[in-house]
Design a binder for this molecule. Structure first.
Ligand code: NAD
Ligand code: UD1
Length: 338
């Protein structure tokens, strides 16, 4: 298939592009490079030896989308482009709604005009808010979001449902990611956090490098086994595979299909620290601080639906994720010092 990947030079997009190319799809990437670098294209080429078409531009640029759809016979769109920092979204909600909501509207409008009806959308477990029960199943209530980033994703989900209800030609897959971590095993692509990381794994990696002094563990008084927050960490390459399976399964369908992409298993912050130290043989100094506003105690997926419907199975365990994250971080540092 010819697949348009918005945000394809970003963290999850680039790993998915690798999977798409390895599965012999033709890939057209659209990215404005606001949070990624054009080097990623060469790195993808190094990994799989295949070419892709790259457009530097914004998903809100409707004329550009029309041009791309008219030039390439696109069968499906994977929509990763968007902004993803919770703290930034609180300080600049307009930018977040403009990028994430207007960007998605512009894309779906251009798709319909061009007669392209398969869309895979990057959503997040954040749309579940503070879950009433665990594990989190796809049918549980959504919308009780605690920040503009999460709300922007929830709004796009609702828009997509309305649009799909009005036009039966559309097949929309909403993938709710849990906590993507790790990197491609080649260590050629991975996550590039901007400034001081907000997320746990990028922060731990920078502490391990000695770039940051110590990790703050945000609370040890949660009602969990060791008091720290529990999350469902998933290897980014497993996440990438989920996109290909979802596209293959639903390409000819009509309606909205929602899947959690998580492993179904939660790990606490202390468990992550210990496992990172063990597999990578490096010390992570930490201190315990107050809880972070907006954090929930425990969040992990009921991953059965994706497993049964898509035959999606994760290939990587926690040790793999932590090893790959660290290998990527070290490779990046090596490259920078050269
Ligand atoms: P990322 O920032 O690495 O990738 C997003 C890419 O989109 C970047 O390359 C950026 O340059 C590009 N982009 C941003 N706005 C754009 C626009 N208006 N037009 C064109 N390109 C634009 O983020 P990621 O971690 O790869 O996340 C991909 C998607 O998955 C995002 O929509 C994010 O909200 C969602 N998501 C991410 C996580 C996570 O933990 N990383 C969790 C849940 C959901
Ligand atoms: C966060 C976002 C979520 C987003 C996801 C991926 C919040 C409230 N949620 O999820 O919307 O979809 O990232 O981008 O920001 N932790 C520490 N110390 C740190 C960093 C994190 O103890 O320096 C803890 C957190 O309290 C949490 C766990 O580690 O228990 C994971 O945190 P993080 O990686 O930020 O992911 P989420 O909070 O799950």
């Amino acid at each position: 298939m010819n697949v348009l990947v918005t945000g394809g030079t970003g963290y999850i997009g680039s790993h998915t592009v690798v999977s798409l190319l390895e599965n012999n799809h033709q890939v057209i990437v659209l990215d404005n490079l606001s949070n990624s670098s054009v080097d990623v294209i060469d790195r993808i080429h190094k990994i799989c030896g295949k070419e892709l078409i790259f457009y530097q531009g914004d998903v809100r640029d409707f004329a550009l989308l029309q041009d791309i759809f008219s030039k390439h016979n696109i069968d499906a769109v994977m929509h990763f482009a968007g902004l993803k920092s919770v703290s930034e979204s609180i300080n600049n909600p307009i930018e977040y709604y403009e990028n994430n909501v207007s960007g998605s509207l512009s894309l779906i409008k251009a798709m319909k005009e061009a007669g392209v009806f398969t869309l895979i959308f990057s959503s997040t477990a954040t749309v579940y808010g503070n879950p009433a029960t665990l594990p989190i199943h796809e049918n549980m209530p959504t919308g009780n979001t605690s920040n503009p980033y999460g709300t922007s994703k929830y709004i796009v989900e609702r828009i997509l449902q309305d649009v799909a209800a009005s036009d039966k030609r559309l097949s929309v897959v909403i993938l709710r990611y849990f906590n993507p971590i790790g990197a491609h095993t080649s260590a050629l692509i991975g996550e590039l956090p901007n400034g001081i990381p907000n997320n746990l794994l990028p922060y731990i990696c920078q502490v391990a490098m000695g770039k940051l002094q110590q990790l703050s563990v945000f609370g040890d008084d949660y009602p969990t086994a060791d008091g720290s927050g529990v999350r469902d960490y998933i290897h980014v390459m497993d996440l990438a595979d989920g996109h290909i399976l979802a596209m293959n399964k639903h390409h000819q369908d009509s309606g909205v299909f929602i899947y959690n992409l998580g492993t179904g298993r939660g790990y606490s912050v202390f468990e992550i620290i210990k496992a990172f130290e063990r597999v990578n043989k490096v010390k992570i100094p930490y201190c315990v601080t107050d809880r972070r506003t907006g954090d929930v105690a425990v969040c992990y997926a009921d991953a059965l639906y994706a497993n049964q419907k898509l035959q999606w199975q994760t290939r990587f365990n926690l040790d793999d994720m932590l090893k790959d994250a660290w290998r990527w971080q070290q490779n990046l540092a090596r490259e920078k010092s050269q």
